[in-house]
Unconditional design. Structure first.
Ligand code: PEP
Ligand code: MN
Length: 266
């Protein structure tokens, strides 16, 4: 568990909860109803700390669903104000940061396809400087810890200390049962360099398939990760992105019951 003398959004949540953080919500915000239905179900579970949702989607191929963009931001505002869950979205440009903060988004994250690009990370760092918003940084798509560390350093250098790292696995050419190889030792290397930064596992993007969410989450808890980010959708098979890996809120509740938590002391 991350220990730090500085209190951050994440360390405060961890200290209050005494358990790993749980971030859940759909891969993409698709409709207002889908967002609010998911958020209400997750809120009712009583264990979700942060509602995630993609608004601008970095898709590998053009022509697919690229997210609802700013249209979805008022839906997320309703999640925080009416449902009562803080919300987090991915940002990839300074314009995204500006739009997100104008709508009161609580936490922002930098996605795997952005962490690979130091120019993009620096532009984001400059846009985020002084805003006070907590930032999570996903590992880059490729297995390069230096890029992941470099992104965190760029944020620290502009004075952002309210940080978390998200391990979402690495692309690999070798055949694998995973969509993105976890290559756990790379996350340990990052943790060794940033012991004060909470480390969250994203079993959804590691697995790419819903039957692996439980074992990958359990492995992360066994390795003392500080949190899990799990994609959740009311009708996963019809999701507009990442359909194969999303679980229903009901299945998430079962997964949480099945997970064995280690005793955590802060
Ligand atoms: C996501 O979280 O939906 C996403 C696009 O993730 P990543 O950047 O890890 O591919
Ligand atoms: Mn996704």
């Amino acid at each position: 568990m991350a220990t730090s003398s500085a209190t951050t959004f994440f360390t405060r949540l961890l200290a209050n909860k005494g358990l790993p953080l749980l971030i859940a919500g759909p891969c993409s915000a698709e409709t207002e109803d889908q967002v609010l239905t998911t958020a209400r179900a997750l809120k009712a579970m009583g264990q979700v700390d942060l509602f995630r949702s993609g608004v601008w989607k970095p898709r590998t191929k053009p022509g697919g669903f690229e997210g609802m963009g700013p249209t979805a931001l008022p839906w997320l505002q309703r999640v925080r104000e009416e449902v009562g869950l803080p919300v987090t979205i991915e940002v990839a440009t300074p314009r995204h940061v500006e739009d997100a903060l104008r709508h009161g988004i609580d936490v922002l994250w930098i996605g795997a396809r952005t962490t690979v690009n130091p120019f993009a990370v620096q532009e984001l760092a400059d846009a985020l400087a002084g805003t006070g918003v907590p930032v999570m940084v996903k590992n880059p798509v490729n297995p390069d810890v230096a890029l992941w560390a470099g992104a965190l350093e760029r944020l620290e250098r502009v004075g952002i200390t309210d940080l978390a790292a998200i391990h979402r696995g690495f692309s690999t050419f070798a055949p694998s049962r995973y969509r993105n190889s976890p290559t756990w030792q790379l996350a340990f290397e990052l943790k060794a360099r940033f012991p004060q930064v909470p480390l969250v596992c994203d079993p959804s993007h590691i697995s790419g398939r819903r039957d692996l969410i439980l074992p990958v989450s359990q492995k992360a808890l066994d390795l003392d990760y500080d949190g899990l980010m799990i994609e959740t959708h009311p009708d996963p098979d019809h999701a507009l992105s990442d359909a194969a890996q999303q679980v229903t809120p009901a299945r998430l509740a079962e997964i949480l019951m099945e997970l064995k938590y280690r005793y955590r002391s802060s």
